[in-house]
Design a protein around this ligand. Structure first.
Ligand code: SAJ
Length: 452
């Protein structure tokens, strides 16, 4: 293919470069770099080793890099034995510098994309990694961004930094693409390998190379027309969840006023065999994705003089849920003639969702914080979370659930871990506020349970 370039000389796309990287991917001589060995990067890195690639993980947290090199697993979705095998046979090595960039053929960037305190994108990780890569970039390399971000990041932020820093041109000298991570932490059914993968690039050669690269480890790769399109696909997926979770959270607050049981309403609605998808209310929306990612699009849309009202409203409703739980808890304590400031409250489950150990951005912790600030004595029991901090106060999980429940004036179920015996909890508790509806089908002869 011949590309016309600005100085009117014709420059052929180096098919040699494209053929070379494709051949190195095919015979597994391509060295894969993964920047960021978190809940996206480490599972991806291990998957690549399983199909024969040499992988260098660039992890700036030295503790994490050392853990990987010692085959000490810290990501629940990674199989311990597979990590050990990858490390022991030398296929996965973690480093904490970018000096190895020239040796890499494909570089996959899986760094965090948080929000600032006023809900604007914080691209500092992506920018810093891109700036570190640029001076080492060489002909024929593939750079892929996986972090969830606003449409335009790859082409408008990364590409100029890479081209300026290296003097190379995308699509002619190196390949640049976007492929969103789709990881559902704790999901036993869908893994890195069998979760369909969207890929997008803004030139045909980059799209061809990135598609072939991911096809080596993922059952189905879905190419789209540009990096920007792929970026929007991902953000839409999380907006879809945020809006639908907010819808049922709002319904829960209305049902409370109408003296209706939102769980009964939703269970019945979900018997519809078509045209519905089940979402349930909760104490709020946690994790590193759903509370944050939609605001990346909200921020970008403003450039087009467009207000994404669904995103804003959903965020407002979801962020209001911890306060709503406090309102319900206070009412319940009042029925017992107890002031919140005198109450002993036990939180059953503190992770941001069931059957995982991650409590960062957990709505449970937000509720704990609010009630602790009102003077309540709070404790928790969570088999996945041995300790956490609430307003910088360290807390350990109760060792024995039964004793902790019996000693509490109120139990608040904030995470519905599968392994907890909720029937026993009902028998032992004085009162329960169930924010996850996990007890809705259990016997409650003494009517101790109030559902959100
Ligand atoms: N939640 C509800 N009600 C619901 C569903 C979820 O209150 O009906 C809450 C959860 O308890 C949790 C939060 O929302 O606090 C987010 O839950 P989530 O199920 O969306 O899980 P995440 O954030 O760990 O992972 C999601 C992925 N989950 C699913 O698709 C089921 C997926 O959206 C993305 O691949 C991933 O975010 C990501 O990395 O973007």
């Amino acid at each position: 293919m011949v590309l016309a370039v600005s100085n009117s000389t014709e420059k052929t796309v180096s098919n040699k470069d494209k053929e070379e990287i494709i051949s190195k991917i095919a015979d597994r001589s391509a060295i894969v770099g993964v920047v960021g060995l978190g809940y996206v990067g480490l599972p991806f890195a291990v998957e690549k080793t399983k199909v024969g690639f040499q992988v260098i993980g660039i992890e700036l947290n030295p503790k994490r890099a050392a853990a990987v090199n010692a085959a000490k697993n810290y990501i629940g979705d990674v199989d311990d034995a597979e990590l050990t095998q990858a490390v022991e046979n030398g296929q996965l090595i973690a480093v904490s510098s970018f000096d190895c960039i020239p040796d890499l053929d494909a570089i996959v960037i899986c760094v965090p994309t948080p929000l600032t305190k006023n809900l604007t994108p914080d691209l500092s990780y992506i920018k810093s990694v891109t700036e570190q890569i640029a001076p080492f970039l060489r002909r024929g390399q593939l750079i892929t961004l996986e972090s969830t971000t606003y449409p335009g990041t790859t082409d408008e932020l990364m590409r100029p930094i890479l081209e300026t820093g290296s003097g190379l041109t995308q699509g002619i000298d190196f390949f640049l693409a976007y492929s969103p991570e789709r990881v559902d932490p704790g999901n036993q059914r869908y893994t890195t390998k069998n979760t369909n993968k969207v890929v997008g690039a803004s030139d045909p050669d980059s799209l061809e190379v990135v598609t072939y690269f991911y096809q080596q480890t993922i059952d189905r790769v879905v190419p789209v027309s540009s990096a920007k399109a792929a970026e929007l696909v991902k953000v839409f997926e999380n907006i879809f969840r945020s809006v639908n979770i907010a819808l049922v959270n709002e319904l829960a607050m209305l049902c409370d006023r109408m003296d209706l049981n939102v769980w009964e309403i939703l269970d019945a609605a979900n018997t519809k065999p078509f045209g519905i998808m089940s979402f349930y209310p909760g104490p709020g929306v946690g994790g590193h994705c759903i509370p944050l990612d939609p605001h990346y699009l909200e921020w970008k849309a403003k450039e087009y003089n467009f207000n994404t009202r669904f995103i804003r409203l959903a965020g407002e409703i979801n962020r209001s849920m911890p306060e709503y739980v406090v309102h319900k808890a206070t009412k319940l304590l009042n029925y017992q003639g107890l002031a919140t400031s005198k109450a002993q409250i036990l939180f059953l489950g503190v992770a941001y969702k069931k059957d995982i150990d991650d409590w960062r951005e957990s709505p449970a912790v937000q509720v704990m914080q609010l009630l602790q600030r009102e003077g309540a004595k709070i404790g928790y029991y969570d088999p996945f979370v041995p300790f956490l901090t609430v307003d910088e106060h360290p807390l350990m999980s109760a060792k024995d659930m039964d004793t902790a429940i019996a000693q509490a004036d109120l139990v608040i179920i904030t995470t519905d871990h599968s392994q907890v015996d909720y029937g026993a909890a009902i028998g032992l508790a004085k009162a329960i506020l169930d924010t996850r509806g996990i007890t809705r089908k259990l016997a409650d002869p003494d009517r101790k349970v109030v559902l959100l």
